[in-house]
Design a protein around this ligand. Structure first.
Ligand SMILES: *Cc1c(COP(=O)(O)O)cnc(C)c1O
Length: 361
């Protein structure tokens, strides 16, 4: 097989173990003689996987019992309006740290008044706004903890006087999170916890059912987490296969030592690459240093070296680097160093950058 270091921003690289057990499960799931793509989601073995997946989330992130956890379809983008439908009565506040945050706010406007508390759009979202005031007369305050496109991250769980809602699509499970500080956390699985096709929603149950509008059944979170039911996210057919791969990915993470352990490794990986960007005269980072993401690292050619961009891209490609083209709004390069990205991949990328420097001394 071709050697490739996968730095794609999403769908992301997954642990080998998870891929291998997914392959085996496609052939035969749980000794049923039927593959995972073909089994009924009412099969006992499947109900066990669903329950275990929920438990893995609770264990890994210390999610208290008063929070519901659900696994839905539609991606994080569907949550942009579902959040507002379920939680927005009159007014909500949003922190605009990127286009995903902007899109989330846009969808919320269909359900009520939206205040943008602060925005970093003036500088292509290259920093996280500071010193803003969160209004207290809003139903919730929405943040995007990691800005996948720009490589900025809110690395701490902020204190918030109102219900805090976070899109954690691209940094979930990369660090410990104090879930109790949030009313809700959601995201697409395909950035750090699984393949595309499943969306996670963690919500404190007491904030639900407070809006006046009539909610379509599938939009109402309470549909997917019935209080007394043994099984959750089973109102309709859940995304069986992506959930299975997420189960295997989280099992891998738990064995590795959980979010504390992976956070150390993630910091080490990001540190290696940022150090090289800062050292190498050919490159400069694009995100404000204090807000640098440990998941997505963005950089461009140094001033005066712009003409070398395509050459470096080709040079890196030859050495097996995949998915390092920056988003068109930022340009340059982006390496996504999600949980399953091995440190060897980052070392290979750093070596490539050093080698390229030697060529252009
Ligand atoms: C990728 C991404 C999304 C969109 O996710 P989909 O599952 O594709 O809808 C939303 N927010 C952030 C922060 C993302 O990185």
């Amino acid at each position: 097989m071709k050697k490739a270091y996968n730095f794609n921003a999403g769908p992301c690289v997954l642990p080998k173990e998870a891929i291998e057990s997914a392959i085996a499960a496609i052939r035969d799931f749980d000794n049923t003689g039927i593959g995972i793509l073909e089994i009924s989601h009412r099969t006992p073995g499947w109900e066990r996987i669903m329950a275990e997946t929920e438990q893995l989330w609770r264990d890994l992130l210390n999610i208290p019992e008063d929070y519901a956890i659900m696994f839905l379809g539609g991606g994080a983008s569907t949550q942009f309006f579902t959040v507002a439908a379920n939680l927005l009565n009159k007014k909500a506040a949003y922190l605009q740290t990127g286009v995903w945050a902007k899109k989330a706010a846009k969808e919320a406007k269909n359900f009520g008044e939206v205040t943008i508390v602060a925005s970093s759009e003036d500088k292509t979202y290259s920093y996280i706004p500071k010193g803003y005031t969160i209004p207290t007369d809003v139903d919730y305050f929405h943040i995007t903890t990691n800005n996948t496109i720009y490589g900025t991250e809110i690395k701490e769980d902020i204190d918030c006087p109102v219900t805090l809602v976070a899109d954690m699509s691209s940094d979930i499970m990369s660090r410990p999170v104090d879930v109790k500080k949030y009313g809700m956390i959601y995201g697409g699985a395909q950035k750090n916890v699984g393949p595309a096709g499943v969306t996670f929603v963690i919500v404190r149950k007491d904030i639900l059912g407070k809006v006046e509008r009539v909610l379509p059944t599938m939009v109402d979170y309470r549909t997917h987490y019935p209080e007394e039911a043994k099984n959750h996210s089973m109102f309709n057919t859940p995304p069986v296969f992506p959930i299975f791969v997420m189960h295997e990915t989280l099992t891998w993470l738990k064995k590795l030592g959980g979010v504390e352990a992976i956070n150390k490794i993630n910091k080490q990986k990001a540190g290696l690459l940022y150090d090289e960007i800062d050292r190498n005269p050919l490159f400069v980072g694009t995100a404000a240093k204090e807000d640098r993401s440990i998941m997505n690292v963005c950089w461009v050619m140094a001033p005066g070296k712009e003409a070398l961009q395509d050459e470096f891209m080709a040079f890196a490609k030859e050495r097996g680097m995949v998915g390092i083209k920056g988003h068109r709004s930022v340009g340059g390069f982006r390496a996504s160093l999600y949980n399953a990205c091995p440190i060897e991949a980052v070392e290979a990328l750093v070596a490539t950058m050093k080698e390229f420097e030697q060529l252009h001394k």
